[in-house]
Write a protein that binds this ligand. Structure first.
Ligand code: ZN
Length: 318
């Protein structure tokens, strides 16, 4: 393993290659560039070991599933073997305008002397929690968040040291929404990966954060109404929640109008919510223009993949 600085040791970092021969990815470099991918997606195998999340191309030989010996592995809807430590093959994507791919030499050299050059790429986990009546839980990030304020995202957050992907997903779900599940009570798998950079486009500013986001798919044995009765939003991180159906996502992608009930935190102390009906396109403005047919964010990528699974479970397999 490459040498890891003391700053990097505070959290999980992203590496390239297999876990016994990993090169740590620099903050200002694009992971897909490192994988020698000219397009915007790649099929990869990932391994989480020694607090390094290592990514390698799935086309590498000797990655056969039969080599995995974990006894808790599950077969995800994508045909991915995942146990919260080893994942793949799974699709990694980034936005067509990935800021770290498109930095100019001048921008790169100005950043090289700044603090961000000391940073490493972090790992985050987000959970698409599906209710037994086929809806997925979405949350709106609080206004005061440093990155992606007011964005509609699945619940999630940073992967902590020595944590598995599944443990992290369940912890973040509980912290942000109050929904607690024991790992054995929820069926989880890895849906897809996304390279996320904030701000999302260079015209909005130079990169301040850089993550690999692991999107998990979790099936809860409760209806959306049953889950709603247990939801308590964390005002520090979340300002509202809503349930999306596959039809919601189809309409977002087509730019069609639809209305959703949004449950907005009214009183931070009591957790009291008020219900408001919102037009769906108002939930994805700015760089998240669904109707254009391209995928601009990890949320879009993950929701699209989820809705394909729900509407066409056979053809969406890899
Ligand atoms: Zn990139």
């Amino acid at each position: 393993m490459a040498s890891v600085s003391s700053q990097q040791m505070k959290s999980v970092v992203v590496g390239l290659g297999r876990s016994n021969n990993t090169k740590i990815v620099g903050f200002l470099s694009c992971v897909l560039d490192h994988l020698h991918v000219k397009g915007n997606s790649a099929s990869v195998i990932c391994e989480l070991a020694n607090n390094v999340f290592s990514i390698s191309p799935a086309s590498d030989s000797h990655h056969g599933h039969h080599n995995l010996t974990h006894n808790t592995e599950t077969l995800s809807p994508e045909g991915v073997i995942s146990d919260g430590r080893t994942v793949g093959p799974v699709v990694l994507e980034h936005a067509p305008h990935c800021p770290v791919r498109h930095l100019s030499d001048q921008e790169r050299s100005s950043l090289a002397t700044s603090q961000v050059s000391e940073k490493s790429v972090a790992v985050a986990v987000a959970v698409l929690l599906e209710s037994s009546d086929g809806k997925v839980l979405m949350t709106q990030r609080a206004q005061h968040m440093r990155s992606f304020p007011r964005a509609w995202v699945p619940p999630g957050g940073h992967l902590e040291k020595d944590e598995s992907l599944f443990t992290c997903g369940l912890r973040e779900l509980q912290e942000e929404t109050g929904l607690y599940f024991k790992p054995e009570h929820v069926n989880m798998s890895v849906l897809c990966l996304w390279e996320s950079v904030y701000p999302m486009m260079l015209p909005f500013g130079l990169p301040r954060s850089h993550h690999i986001v692991v999107y998990l798919y979790a099936k809860a044995p409760y209806t959306s109404d049953e889950l709603a009765s247990k939801i308590k939003l964390d005002p520090e991180e979340v300002m509202a929640y809503a349930w999306y159906t596959p039809e919601t996502i189809t309409k977002l992608r087509r730019g069609e109008q639809d209305f959703l009930n949004v449950f907005i935190l009214e009183d931070a102390t009591s957790g009291k919510l008020k219900t408001e009906t919102q037009e769906i396109s108002s939930m994805f403005r700015g760089g998240l223009l669904w109707a254009s047919g391209e995928t601009f964010s990890g949320t879009q990528a993950a929701l699209t993949r989820w809705s394909h699974l729900k509407t066409n479970p056979i053809s969406s397999k890899i």
